[in-house]
Design a protein around this ligand. Sequence first.
Ligand code: PGA
Length: 253
Amino acid sequence: MKKPIIIGNWKMKLDYRRSMALAQELATLANPVDTSDNDVVVCPSHSSFLLVSEILKNSGVQMGVQDIFWEDNGAFTGCESPKFLSEAGCKYAIIGHSERRQNLGETDAVVHRKIKGALDNGIVPVLCVGETLAERQQGMADNIIFTQVTKALSGIDLVSSEELIIAYEPVWVIGSGRPIDPEEAERAFRIIYQAVVDLWPLTIAQTNVRIIYGGSIDASDFRDFSALDHFSGFLIGGASLKGEEFWEIIKGI
Ligand code: PGA
């Protein structure tokens, strides 16, 4: 396994007070061994980003956001500049989460621009891909995953100083309380790996890209994924809101 990365996606679930309380809990739990063996990232809401970042600044836990815009600067009301975020200490950006694709109509073309905007500003994109239940039932899952990765990344040259995370998140599993069967996750990882190898030189695919899983992971089932081919970590929603459980996963991965 490459160096594991565990990313907490706090979604729009915590106001700034609860975000600060969770950050305090993580700052207490964090220790240098866990945060050097693993990359640990939290993605609070924008309204809490700086407060959380201040609390976690010496903890080894890194900061990410749940979305980003592609332009650095300009008349783009309500958008979050990757340049400004980078200056504020943001290291990672979740891009193309299914909740944004579904609720805000984000297309693969939009996702592509955001990936580029993040990379241009030294932010590591966390590209989310995954099929809906209907797509799976129609036998389209493999094709959807391959297409989402390819459309998001075609035309981007990942260079050796850059990194990318791709999170396989089956849409129908997110928040359901049960992760997908590990064998099914591994099948998706292989498809993602293939798409990446088709786009970029092998050394870049092998060294600069990590593939992770997201969807109802908690402390009871994360171990089932550790031995899978191409697996390098988790994107965690619900269980990342419970400090001790989140840290149990980090220690045990
Ligand atoms: P979940 O969310 O762990 O609560 O299923 C994961 C995600 O949406 O990133």
